[in-house]
Ligand binder design. Structure first.
Ligand code: FAQ
Length: 309
């Protein structure tokens, strides 16, 4: 008796052969990807809001141009990712509906407010830094369209991180007020950034299966540790500190040890009770409703043209 479809599928994964849209795949693989890719797309789109808050208040023309370019990149990332998810048989309207009804999640990090200009630097350096660590391995994820979309996304994220770091570097060498603003932004964003990687491995229901299918190449805790190791070194160049008294280099593990994360906070933010959840969802629903006339006009135009042909 030959091997069944599911075994053949796993063999392909084990041999590093990419899965493409028309290939056979287990329903659960399809659903896991739709969930992850659409949530990733929603994160990019909702992620434009905290930074959008500062476009009109950027301190110079140069900073404004950089910020605008970054936010436009994020819109683009959302679009590549929605397209990748569509290849799995879900429509864009369904994905939006899941976001607007609260059924689909988006990254917890975008439910925090951007209180000062330094938050733009902290988002670039820390949030995009965390995003890159998570997304570089996704360039090798087993589903072809997702992996290919991530290659371009990662190139753009590198620019985002670099500009964030450079912006904080300028503040860190500025006046006492600018230095304080820089430190306070780092203090505010540090712990929520560690939560971006998801719950600890022993409380992450999806990790084992997603790693077996090579959707995820590293676990949540592995990526979180890489992030701590990277940032604990980079902060020295800024001459700032991370708000964690337990952060310490461990000679035995050759990694940084770090303090306890408040997992209850992540749970609350994911459940909709973060500082800006309501504001973010209201903004997305309003954008959808305000755009209704554009969608109507575009479909009326398309219908008219199809009749003429
Ligand atoms: N926030 O079993 P796991 C960016 C949910 S892009 C909210 O560990 P999984 C660029 C998770 O969905 C940032 N929910 O799940 C940018 C699941 O719920 P579900 C987004 C979270 O999927 C920068 C449940 O908890 N990046 O920043 C979070 O194996 C600056 C159990 O968790 C991606 O989406 C969270 N932090 O691992 C844009 C990358 N963590 O769906 C603008 C792709 C977990 O079962 C400005 N995604 N949950 O109801 C992934 O790599 C994975 O989905 C993880 C979670 C690692 C996020």
């Amino acid at each position: 008796m030959g091997i069944n479809l599911e075994e053949q599928f796993q063999q392909k994964i084990d041999q590093e052969i990419k899965i493409e849209p028309k290939d056979w795949m287990p329903q659960k693989y399809r659903h896991t990807l739709i969930r992850q890719i659409s949530q990733h797309a929603h994160s990019e789109v909702v992620g434009m809001l905290p930074e959008g808050n500062w476009i009109s208040r950027a301190p110079s023309l140069k900073r404004k141009a950089i910020l605008l370019a970054k936010i436009q990149d994020e819109a683009g990332h959302g679009l590549y990712l929605y397209s990748a998810a569509e290849t799995l048989g879900i429509s864009r309207d369904e994905m939006y509906e899941q976001l607007h009804s609260g059924k689909a999640k988006y990254s917890s990090i975008f439910n925090y407010p951007t209180l000062t200009w330094a938050d733009m630097g902290a988002i670039g350096w820390l949030v995009d830094g965390a995003a890159i660590l998570n997304q570089v391995p996704l360039c090798r994820t087993s589903y072809g369209p997702y992996a290919r979309a991530m290659i371009r996304v990662c190139k753009e994220e590198s620019f985002h991180q670099r500009q964030g770091f450079e912006s904080l570097l300028v503040l860190s060498k500025g006046t006492e007020d600018q230095k304080r603003m820089c430190q306070e932004a780092i203090n505010r964003w540090w712990w929520p950034c560690l939560m971006m990687f998801g719950p600890p491995d022993d409380q992450s229901p999806n990790t084992i299966q997603s790693m077996q299918w090579k959707i995820k190449r590293f676990s949540n805790d592995e990526l979180r540790q890489k992030f701590v190791n990277m940032i604990a070194e980079q902060i020295k160049i800024l001459g700032m500190t991370l708000p964690d008294p337990d952060l310490e280099w461990n000679e035995e593990t050759m990694q940084y040890d770090f303090g306890k994360i408040n997992w209850e906070e992540l749970k609350q933010v994911i459940q909709g009770n973060g500082p800006c959840n309501k504001e973010r969802m209201d903004a997305r629903r309003k954008a959808w409703n305000d755009g209704e006339w554009v969608r109507d006009a575009a479909s009326a135009y398309a219908a008219k043209h199809s009749k003429q042909l």
